[in-house]
Design a protein around this ligand. Structure first.
Ligand SMILES: Cc1cc2nc3c(=O)[nH]c(=O)nc-3n(C[C@H](O)[C@H](O)[C@H](O)COP(=O)(O)O)c2cc1C
Length: 200
């Protein structure tokens, strides 16, 4: 996937700098199973509260299981379907809301699942794979279609695949794809010792 220039105060690890959420997936290029496993390994080794590992991932690879891919795809909102249709792999990310050791509410389960998903995204970047996480889907439909037990919350569907070669990306898609990556100023949301005091 092509690189985007971003404005940072200090240099970062390249894999973090280079990750971004693309939409121009190449439907002709499947993802090798060993690469899918490598993404899952990255998620697996994320830290979690109490070592609970509350995340669950359902991989829906169009190449090996078109029916599962179709189920995940049908959960997406229309706006996401318009481009995710070309992603060869869709992965449903879920969080276990209950601690296994005491059956109490695990209020860190979503935090931990997000951390695992970010590890997965960084690993994907290292393999030149694109991951685009989506909250725009019906969690109720996903729960029903995938028979998800009640204590698990569907957090995101991730589109995974390779970016189209640049000369195959339509002008309309390219406009979106090449848009500048932006963030709020560091000092606006990162504080120094007390709430609201910008770090410099
Ligand atoms: C939990 C989550 C849900 C998201 N939902 C959607 C979505 O439904 N549709 C979409 O196009 N992008 C979605 N995104 C992608 C964000 O819009 C994107 O990460 C953000 O604009 C920053 O861009 P970047 O990832 O390229 O840095 C989602 C991202 C996350 C982490």
């Amino acid at each position: 996937m092509f690189k985007k220039k971003i404005d940072t105060q200090e240099k970062m690890v390249e894999l973090i700098t280079n990750r971004w959420s693309g939409r121009a997936f190449d439907e002709k290029k499947p993802v090798a199973h060993q690469h899918i496993i490598s993404l899952l390994e990255a998620a697996r080794w994320a830290p979690s509260c109490f070592g609970e590992e509350p995340w669950r991932y359902i991989v829906c690879d169009k190449t090996s299981n078109e029916a599962a891919w179709g189920k995940a795809f049908s959960c997406l909102v229309e706006g996401n379907q318009s481009w995710a249709a070309n992603a060869p792999v869709l992965i449903l990310a879920l969080a276990n809301t209950v601690f296994s050791h005491n059956k109490e509410l695990n209020r860190w389960s979503q935090y931990d699942t997000g951390a695992a998903s970010m590890s997965l995204c960084v690993q994907a970047t290292s393999l030149d794979l694109m991951v685009h996480q989506m909250g725009g889907f019906s969690a109720e439909k996903a729960a029903e279609l995938f028979s998800i037990p009640d204590q698990f919350t569907s957090m995101a569907i991730m589109a995974v695949g390779y970016q189209l070669p640049e000369d195959e990306i339509t002008a309309e898609m390219m406009e979106r794809e090449s848009s500048e990556r932006q963030r709020n100023p560091l000092a606006e949301q990162f504080f120094d010792g007390e709430w609201g005091r910008p770090i410099r």
